[in-house]
Design a protein around this ligand. Structure first.
Ligand code: BTN
Length: 327
């Protein structure tokens, strides 16, 4: 009810009366007043004027369930939010929530992670109050072979939001799923799946976005950045989370229709920093070099070889000349 009251106040152009809120949500005036008091204590500047009602003047940079659920505009992605101040890892929490029956599209958000997980067993450093750590739970109705493409869907969703909210920033994607600003990483994605050979129980798409962090450990400084560092001012985390949910829901709809990424190859390629660049493919069967052309309908990277041949890369690490990790 708190999120609904906040949504009503937020969406009302002018003051909204206590009476109207009582009638809309079937609760007493005291109950409404209690919610207003709670919101004010959390930092919402809500004006209360006798005979007129309530008006939201400003709101804090919160990523609480109430804040997110009062602003969400999607049908299913992020409509149910589990917010925790501190978690070991939002991916781990999402796995537990999945076992307990959490719905498709449930979103786990934490303000801090104590054991944030990166890809290839790395740690994702996750200080409090600055960044986005979130995991989207999906219960897809398609073959496990298609699940790896969900990571690309998320990468393109994050890139689209950052580009549209901050058009001046040079947002890019390093295949398959690092989102960059210039040549520095601003977002990492870790997708984990619980599946039988022919059936997916659930997929968890974990996203870490560096938003308002300004200091990085020495070994990360050269390759990581944040939105605040790039813009020179703090950025609203909730707006980004909600934007990612909007785009993801849209791209997921296109994806499930065709079971491939054909509908957004062009948009993905437009962000691809590897495009037209020399890449070194760290294939377990032997490294090779070539020029990356873009992705195909299955999200694989198309690499043109010096001898005129073409290879597609579906897994393994690809390094790009000029981008971190390539020497
Ligand atoms: C990478 O190594 O690039 C992937 C990093 C993924 C980090 C996010 S933060 C939210 C979610 N929970 C985790 O423990 N990891 C992912």
């Amino acid at each position: 009810m708190k999120a609904e009251i906040l949504r009503a106040i937020r969406n009302s152009k002018d003051h909204i009366s206590g009476q109207e809120l009582c009638e809309r949500f079937g609760v007493s005036r005291t109950a409404v007043w209690k919610v207003i008091k709670q919101l004010q204590a959390e930092g919402y500047d809500i004006e209360a004027v006798t005979n007129k009602g309530y008006k939201l003047l400003s709101y804090p940079d919160l990523i609480s369930a109430c804040e997110l659920m009062s602003r969400v505009n999607t049908q299913w992605a992020g409509r149910k939010v589990y917010f925790r101040r501190e978690l070991t890892s939002t991916n781990e929490y999402a796995k537990l929530a999945a076992e307990e029956g959490a719905v498709h599209g449930a979103l786990v958000v934490a303000d801090k992670q104590t054991s944030g997980k990166g890809r290839r067993g790395r740690t994702w450093i996750s200080p409090a109050g600055q960044n986005i750590y979130m995991s989207l739970l999906l219960r897809p109705d398609f073959s496990p072979n298609n699940a790896s493409m969900l990571t690309l869907l998320m990468a393109v969703s994050v890139a689209e939001v950052l580009h549209h909210l901050h058009p001046e920033l040079p947002v890019g994607i390093k295949w398959p799923n690092d989102v960059l600003i210039g040549d520095k990483k601003v977002c990492g994605i870790l997708t984990e799946m619980d599946a039988e050979p022919d059936y997916i129980h659930n997929v968890i798409v974990g996203v870490g976005i560096n938003v308002n962090q300004t200091e990085f450990d020495e070994e990360l400084q050269a390759m990581a950045t944040s939105l605040k560092l790039e813009k020179g001012m703090p950025v609203d985390r909730a707006q980004i989370i909600l934007g990612v949910m909007d785009y993801f829901e849209y791209y997921y709809g296109l994806f499930t229709e065709h079971q491939d990424v054909s509908d957004f190859v062009n948009i993905y390629d437009s962000y691809l920093v590897n495009r037209g660049k020399e890449v070194r493919v760290l294939d377990p069967k032997g490294e090779y070099e070539g020029k990356a052309e873009g992705i195909n309908d299955r999200g694989e990277l198309i690499v043109n070889l010096p001898d005129g041949g073409v290879r597609t890369v579906s897994s393994g690490e690809v390094s790009v000349r000029g981008i971190y990790g390539y020497v």
